[in-house]
Design a protein around this ligand. Structure first.
Ligand code: DAH
Length: 351
């Protein structure tokens, strides 16, 4: 067989082999591998071209044309195969990125206000609706505002009864919200204003006390009004309105004589038992009444301490424990539920 025939046959075999492999290539890298293998500088076609030099001059163009046409054909085949592979890749990408618009959205659990904060908001709103201003005072107090100005002198037994947390420098954690009375009245005097003044003051208070029904930190709402000719009738009217509004129904109330250093006269306030409607049950210890807060007419000494003329003005005040009122309203049996942050409780109480 002549060299020419031999070369032609090699070219023909190469063509079949290459085209078959190209159409079997299943990835772009393996396709590139084939391109190098056949058309590369050290590829099979180059190898064949080396043999062309040995041919007689008149046969060289024949092989040259065959080689060129094979180069062209293989190039075509590579491009076609590449297009197919790229299209497949694109399809796979689209399939993998497909968004299932029927999937449910991601849920964001809805937060809720803590029942104590909710109680404070509800209570405060009732007084705001009556025109009371909201005031707050510091939780770290001094003895003057927490005790002295409230007519609790140093040797007074009420001072010992308060289970006070003291700081080394003589400051203390306020044991009640009553010092906000002092601060609000002082601020009014300082502004050069006269009564009437009506304030609701919610906040945290602290007592060194911890058991089933006492937490060292708890919340109170303090309410007071100073003006001319205010009497216990006004106090009772506001109490009745407030308690009925908060519990959402008409509630009987009663005032029992009591004692607080900062009020005279003083009264403990009861509501008709919300569990037995006054018939007598375990919670009200068969009395039909539940004690809910302390109140009274602001003591003249308190008005004196802030520079308000007690011969011209009088006032009433009361202070209540938020935890206790929220527990009564919602039938919550244990104070500690408020502070343990068990989400099952908080969720059930959530708005
Ligand atoms: N400060 C009192 C306490 O924490 C509660 C109180 C009683 C507040 C009578 C008052 C009041 O304003 O008039 O025990």
């Amino acid at each position: 067989m002549s060299d020419l025939a031999d070369l032609k046959e090699r070219l023909e075999r190469l063509k079949h082999e290459a085209i078959e492999q190209i159409y079997l290539a299943d990835s772009l890298p393996s396709l590139e591998q084939l391109r190098i293998q056949y058309l590369g500088k050290k590829g099979a076609l180059t190898e064949i071209l080396k043999g062309v030099g040995q041919l007689p001059a008149d046969e060289r163009p024949v092989i040259g044309r065959s080689v060129n046409s094979l180069k062209h054909d293989l190039g075509e085949a590579l491009r076609e195969r590449e297009a197919v592979l790229r299209a497949q890749l694109e399809e796979e990408r689209i399939a993998s990125e497909r968004i299932d618009v029927t999937l449910p959205g991601r849920r964001h659990p809805r937060g809720a206000m803590h029942p104590i904060q909710k109680g404070i908001h509800e209570m405060t709103a009732i007084f705001q609706q009556l025109g009371f201003l909201v005031a707050e005072g510091p939780e770290v107090e001094d003895e003057f505002h927490n005790f002295d100005a409230l007519n609790i002198p140093p040797e007074h037994p009420a001072r010992a009864m308060h289970d006070t947390f003291f700081f080394a420098d003589g400051h203390l954690l306020r044991t009640h919200t009553s010092p906000v009375q002092i601060r609000a009245m002082q601020a009014m005097v300082k502004r050069g204003e006269e009564p009437p003044l009506a304030v609701v003051a919610p906040g945290r208070v602290y007592r060194c006390d911890y058991d089933m029904t006492h937490s060292p930190m708890f919340h109170q709402v303090e309410v007071f009004q100073v003006g001319s000719k205010l009497s216990m009738a006004h106090l009772k009217g506001i109490l009745k309105f407030f308690l009925s509004s908060y519990f959402g129904r008409e509630l009987p109330i009663r005032l029992r004589p009591s004692y607080f250093p900062f009020t005279e006269p003083s009264a403990e306030v009861d509501i008709g038992c919300v569990f037995c409607e006054g018939k007598g049950c375990r919670v009200c210890k068969q009395t039909g009444w539940l004690e809910v807060l302390g109140s009274g007419m602001i003591h003249p000494n308190v008005l004196k301490a802030v520079g308000i003329d007690h011969s011209q003005y009088s006032g009433f005040a009361f202070g209540l424990g938020v935890e206790r009122l929220v527990m009564l309203k919602h039938g919550i049996p244990d104070l500690r539920l408020f502070f343990e942050n068990d989400v099952r409780f908080l969720r059930r109480m959530g708005a």
